[in-house]
Design a binder for this molecule. Structure first.
Ligand code: FAD
Length: 292
């Protein structure tokens, strides 16, 4: 058995926001991949980046041109960010999927407070002290809550030119409530808790532009030097891999625009999945899983 991963660590993603907000160190949520099958003598771990699959020749192609033969192949490459067609957003507003993303976000947050201390102009300082989180799913809610804690508690009293408690944390959600996948009463409670922490929640607020100085929601602009994206998930670009066209990303299962594959109400791959999943089929799958 050969396990191939482009990183050498097995990452537990749910607490990534704590690494991004300096609450946890990286080793608390990541361990070397090769530790996992260390005692399994027939298992080899290779740190390598897969760029293609030749299902005819039954080989996996690595970015250095090497080909690894296989008899059976399991592709489990996880999910990645969706830029909603805006490639330029990544540079100004990192997402949170990997340890590198978490380090990048942590650096941006800490640097923003340091820059605010050096900034003599009030408006410019306010932009350094404005943190925008896009997307009020679980990751966005956790990030916004932690940012508010940092500003109000962790850094309180450490700066001379401003009060860290004056920092604004703005959580933007395109839909009508936070935690849209949760029941409405939990959404309402989460929103109330966020607001108690000092987070400013904007609902029905779809971001239309992001640049290095802030974000735009339609005609409204927010000047913010730190923008974090917690919205948009899609399948990684397996569709670009040779011999794995987009529409057959999972053994014949249809995939939608974002590479997500339809599942049956029993959470199994349907045998004859020929069309992308509709919103209603995804919802009924979720209902069936909740009932089970
Ligand atoms: C911030 C955050 C919070 C989350 N919170 C929760 C939660 O509270 N509860 C929950 O149930 N789920 C949560 N999730 C989702 C959960 O972490 C994922 O569903 C889970 O990690 C998916 O596991 P996986 O093995 O499919 O993919 P991953 O854990 O993403 O593993 C995929 C692996 O493939 C490797 N890889 C990708 N492409 C290539 C390539 N081309 N070549 C070589 N290697 C490659 C990657 O390096 C990675 O190690 C969260 C996710 C995130 C990002």
């Amino acid at each position: 058995m050969t396990v191939i991963d482009r990183t050498n660590q097995h990452l537990f993603q749910p607490p990534l926001y704590q690494v991004a907000t300096a609450g946890l160190a990286a080793p608390a949520i990541a361990a070397p991949v090769r530790h996992v099958p260390a005692r399994q003598k027939n298992a080899t771990v290779l740190m390598a980046h897969v760029v293609g699959i030749d299902t005819g020749a039954r080989t996996v192609q690595l970015d250095d041109g090497q080909h690894i033969p296989y008899v059976e192949l399991i592709v489990a490459t996880g999910a990645t960010h969706s830029d909603f067609g805006h490639d330029e957003w990544q540079a100004h507003a990192p997402g949170l999927k990997t340890l590198e993303d978490a380090f990048d976000i942590r650096r941006r947050i800490l640097v923003a407070f340091e820059q605010a201390e050096r900034e003599p102009v009030d408006a410019a300082r306010a932009a350094w002290l404005t943190f925008v989180v896009i997307g009020a799913g679980a990751t966005g809610v956790e990030m916004a809550g932690m940012l508010a804690e940092i500003a109000r508690r962790t850094l309180n009293g450490e700066f001379r030119r401003f009060d860290s408690r004056s920092a604004r944390v703005i959580l933007l959600e395109g839909g009508p409530r936070v935690l849209p996948a949760f029941p409405e009463d939990l959404s309402a409670r989460a929103r109330a808790q966020l607001e108690r922490l000092g987070v400013i929640v904007w609902l029905d607020s779809r971001v239309t532009a992001i640049d290095r100085r802030g974000v735009e929601i339609g005609g409204t602009r927010i000047d913010a030097r730190t923008v974090i994206r917690a919205a948009g998930v899609e399948a990684p670009p397996r569709s670009r891999w040779a011999a794995m066209p987009r529409a057959t990303s999972c053994a014949g299962c249809a995939a939608n625009r974002r590479g997500r594959s339809a599942i049956a109400t029993t959470a199994r791959w349907p045998r004859s999945a020929a069309r992308p999943p509709s919103r209603s089929s995804a919802r009924s799958s979720c209902r069936a899983i909740r009932r089970a």
